[in-house]
Design a protein around this ligand. Structure first.
Ligand SMILES: Cc1cc2nc3c(=O)[nH]c(=O)nc-3n(C[C@H](O)[C@H](O)[C@H](O)COP(=O)(O)OP(=O)(O)OC[C@H]3O[C@@H](n4cnc5c(N)ncnc54)[C@H](O)[C@@H]3O)c2cc1C
Length: 423
């Protein structure tokens, strides 16, 4: 950072809203608040958005929001693939789980786009508002308090420590949130019996189209189409990685080939254990998402399992509700804890209902798979979905839209060129 930048950092050490975490919740909340005229600074600990362990799903409800923001056409011009049906392979049998083609949304598909592209897209639009700032490589380490109210954050940067004061701090720092921990917010841990092994394998022209899951004997794997390769999410019992590693890399590669046989000719592309990342899955929620001066949203408020691929949608919906409910309050000056409570009241039920569905699937679908020593056939609810196509509209609704879809609220007319320089 040169002297000029240092000076700018010093001058901008007070903002209306400081958002910790540049994931889907943080970037979307920053964008929408800035669009409403609020001075926002998003702090992200990484140098860029390029981390391949992020989910890639952009749900129909998020696409609806893009449309409400007038960005849908441009968004769909970005490289992406579209999934209109969700299927699970049980050995040679393919079961149709969800049919998104009947959703009451403009886009009747889940768009798959690498999350770094999605976040770059959102942040590039947010940056058109001069009152939006995104600061990368800035890791929040502490909250600042005054009389029990959160009044800002302390962060580690390349150039030392940054102390920043804010009328409101939003914790959008994901499932290992330091913000919620430092704020002493009580976490209700719902438990997750799974972790995910994350690795990539090349894609070939002859491969089956984007699907969802592959069930093998005691195995479940999800494949995400990233154009020239498959991002593989191999679901394991929590804590079982040590045993898998003990059996050796070759045995692991054979296991993958048994789960999705079309991949067996390339599992050798996993050359070392370093190519396989362990992603720790948590399902929890905060009893209270807020305290004076602080609100948590997204995974920081309710860590989601990857099951169903809905966590990004919920994070985005929280961000929309936050902007709708709080922008005017932030603009008017001091924001009260009761204002923050309105966000939890609006969003907590949708998050908890979704978590219940995820836990049901952990207990009744994944546990049954892990417990089986023989190929299993689709469970009864899945057989019903296969037999009665109309039933597939319900899971499509849960995955594609969620329990309480939000809409972009009225815009307080802060066009980009006139937006306040709140930072
Ligand atoms: C293995 C796995 C696969 C998943 N796949 C999918 C999927 O396909 N589809 C889906 O919808 N959901 C998926 N999920 C769930 C989804 O990833 C989350 O629900 C979603 O990312 C939550 O968004 P968020 O913005 O709240 O948090 P995150 O996406 O976790 O973003 C938090 C951000 O905060 C930053 N940060 C953290 N700490 C600090 C700090 N101290 N200071 C500054 N910045 C910080 C992080 O670098 C990160 O950028 C998956 C989850 C797992 C575990």
């Amino acid at each position: 950072m040169d002297t000029k930048d240092r000076k700018e950092a010093k001058e901008s050490d007070r903002v209306q809203c400081c958002i910790v975490g540049g994931g889907p919740a943080g970037v979307m909340a920053g964008f929408l608040l800035a669009r409403q005229g609020v001075g926002v600074l998003v702090l992200e600990k990484h140098r860029d958005f390029f981390r391949d362990f992020r989910g890639d799903t952009i749900h129909p409800s998020t696409l609806e929001l893009m449309s409400e923001l007038g960005l849908l056409d441009e968004f769909l011009r970005q490289k992406h693939s579209e999934m209109r049906e969700i299927t699970v392979h049980f050995g040679p049998d393919v079961v149709h789980i969800a049919d998104l083609r009947h959703l009451p949304t403009k886009c009747k598909f889940v768009a798959f786009m690498p999350q770094w592209d999605f976040l770059n897209f959102l942040s590039s639009h947010a940056k058109q508002y001069p009152n939006f700032r995104l600061r990368m490589e800035t890791e929040v380490t502490e909250l600042l308090f005054e009389n029990d109210r959160v009044i800002g954050v302390r962060a580690k940067t390349q150039d030392g420590t940054l102390e920043l004061r804010a009328d409101l701090v939003i914790g959008a720092d994901g499932r290992s949130s330091i913000v919620r921990e430092r704020a002493g917010l009580e976490v209700i841990d719902l438990g997750a019996p799974i972790d995910v092994l994350w690795f990539r394998l090349s894609k070939k022209a002859s491969d089956p189209p984007q699907s969802f899951g592959f069930v093998g004997t005691g195995q479940f794997m999800v494949l995400i189409d990233r154009d020239d390769y498959w991002q593989c999410a191999y679901v394991i019992r929590k804590g079982s990685l040590a045993g898998i590693r003990e059996r050796g890399l070759e045995a692991f590669c054979d296991e993958i080939g048994r789960c999705a046989p079309f991949l067996s000719n390339r599992t050798g592309e996993v050359r070392q254990w370093d190519d396989v990342k362990l992603l720790n899955v948590k399902v929890d929620h905060l009893k209270k998402w807020h305290r004076e001066g602080l609100l948590c949203i997204g995974d920081a408020a309710h860590a989601m399992s990857p099951v169903g691929g809905v966590g990004i949608n919920l994070a985005i919906q929280d961000a929309v509700a936050t902007a709708n409910l709080l922008a005017a309050k932030l603009e008017s000056g001091r924001i009260e804890e009761a204002d923050l409570e309105t966000v939890q009241k609006r969003r907590a039920r949708a998050a908890q209902l979704t978590q219940r569905v995820q836990i049901f699937l952990h207990e009744h679908f994944l546990e049954a798979i892990f417990d089986s020593s023989e190929p299993i056939s689709p469970p009864l609810p899945m057989r019903m979905l296969e037999k009665y196509p109309r039933l597939r509209r319900l899971p499509a609704r849960i995955v594609g839209v969620g329990f309480r879809p939000e809409h972009i609220g009225p815009h307080h007319a802060f066009p980009k060129e006139e937006a306040r320089g709140g930072n």
